[in-house]
Design a binder for this molecule. Structure first.
Ligand code: ZN
Length: 214
């Protein structure tokens, strides 16, 4: 796992990519489908804003020692996305910007001991708080692509993509995945369950799509 120094920089880069993806969208385009099945761009942005607040709870947990879960329940997580997706686009962009800034500011106050404090993610994994900037950078980088306004996996930093492939292989279970070849960015898109091209298995046949991850 790269240090927070690296992952905080990826987080900032992912935030900027999302903002660039949203820049200039009119209300119709904002409400149009994203690349994620069943989600408009508004759903994606509401999810990202809710995710920043949820990770803020983990940062607070690390700072105070008081357990504060990411979400109070799976229903709350879904309700935040569904109600957020009905907001005007300009309001969603403001929510995204403000929540991302609040998370960055909160992380900037953590001491070395607090970065090592253990917190529990929504998947029930116990991790040091130092993993939270990585969790956030995954969200902003991959969903910047999902917004479907032109950001592609090939636009993401090479070192980030390398880390993401390793992370997804571990989470999906390395033994369940075929050995594939192709452009590293396309292989990452394939592993993430996103649209990809030119990824083949060792005998040269096109790799079968995986279900979306994240
Ligand atoms: Zn997500």
């Amino acid at each position: 796992m790269p240090t927070p120094h690296t992952t905080l920089a990826w987080m900032a880069e992912g935030n900027a990519l999302c903002l660039r993806a949203l820049d200039g969208l009119d209300e119709t385009s904002y409400g149009a489908p994203s690349l994620l099945p069943g989600w408009t761009r508004k759903h994606v942005v509401a999810h990202l804003a809710g995710n920043a607040e949820a990770l803020g709870n983990l940062v607070q947990w690390a700072r105070t020692g008081e357990p504060t879960p990411m979400y109070s329940s799976p229903e709350q997580r879904t309700a935040t996305i569904e109600s957020g997706a009905t907001l005007p686009g300009a309001q969603l962009t403001t929510w995204f910007t403000d929540s991302a800034r609040a998370l960055t500011d909160a992380m900037a106050t953590l001491t070395e001991d607090q970065w090592s404090a253990l917190v529990v993610t929504v998947q029930g994994r116990t991790v040091p708080a130092s993993e939270t900037p990585w969790m956030r950078s995954r969200e902003v980088m991959v969903h910047a692509v999902d917004l479907g306004t032109g950001v592609r996996f090939t636009d993401l930093p090479t070192a980030f993509l390398t880390e993401l492939r390793a992370d997804i292989r571990t989470k999906r279970g390395p033994d369940t995945l075929p050995i594939t070849q192709g452009h590293p960015a396309e292989v990452t898109a394939y592993l993430a369950g996103r649209p990809y091209s030119g990824v083949t298995t060792t005998n040269g046949t096109p790799a079968e799509p995986l279900p979306p991850w994240l």
